[in-house]
Design a protein around this ligand. Sequence first.
Ligand code: UDP
Ligand code: MG
Length: 312
Amino acid sequence: MKLSLIVPCYNEEGNVEKFFDLVNEVFEGKVEDYEFVFVNDGSKDSTRERLRGLYFDKNEKKNIQVISFSRNFGKEAAIYAGLSRAKGDLMCIIDADLQQRPEVVLEMLEVMKSDDDIDCVTACQEERKEGKPVSFLKTLFYKCINLISEVDFVHNASDFRLFRRNVADALLQMKEYHRFSKGMFSFVGFRTEYIPYTVAERESGESKWSLFKLIMYALEGILAFSTAPLKISLGTSVAFFFFAFLCSVGSFLFSTALTAVLLRIMATVFLVGGAILLNLGIISLYLSKIYVQSKDRPVYILKEHLDYEETD
Ligand code: UDP
Ligand code: MG
């Protein structure tokens, strides 16, 4: 079985060669058939030259692919390009910075081999060296998204995954432009096992994630996997109608003319506001259907089809 390592690289000039050497060293005698699918995501440093160097100088096994983007499109786009070009029966998404060690890939292979029914092995980060605020925001994100999304997001599950071709084919069937891997792996389903791993220190260079980028990415996930924000106006309209009702009841209870008039004005404002929000909410319901349809996601994903005509 051939294994494809899909390696997104953005400004990783100090890492790609070390990554290549370490994988070869760790895989020696343990993994027979594997290929590297490096995706250079519009790096501004010499990553592309280094990868071309590997391709032209060290490709005696003919197991290196280098895909270079015209500019930086983001890690999700790099994963998509890697998936569509990988030739393996098994695929593994792994970072180029050596924070995700190739030794863990061997562990994942063991788990995968232990049961034919397992389609995906996901590495879950054990304590990550990140600040309390980031850790709090991440926990909050998972709580919120699991509340409003129909697919389950597993806290700490990383993109560091090993999976079979059927999973990759399913991911490739999802043609959406705004890709959010964590959600997409949940959406496609398949039997997934989780193993813990410790994130190593970055070999060289720095993380491309700032707090702002993380927040934007979380927002991307919510927009891609939930239409709940679109329905907020519907919920608010109910609250507005309730306040309108309270104010009108109040206006009859209070005898002083001024309070009664004020409450009636408030009741009218809430009633008009509620009516506008209700209409917005109805439009949003249709919009959410159009939004989901426009993603052109597969209606179902097959794991197996036993057909009496194809069995002997
Ligand atoms: N990466 C990428 N495109 C980007 C940002 C990152 O291909 O726009 C790659 C990067 O080179 C690395 C992986 O994605 O191999 C993870 O990025 P990073 O190490 O910055 O993330 P962190 O480990 O800090 O979560
Ligand atoms: Mg990293």
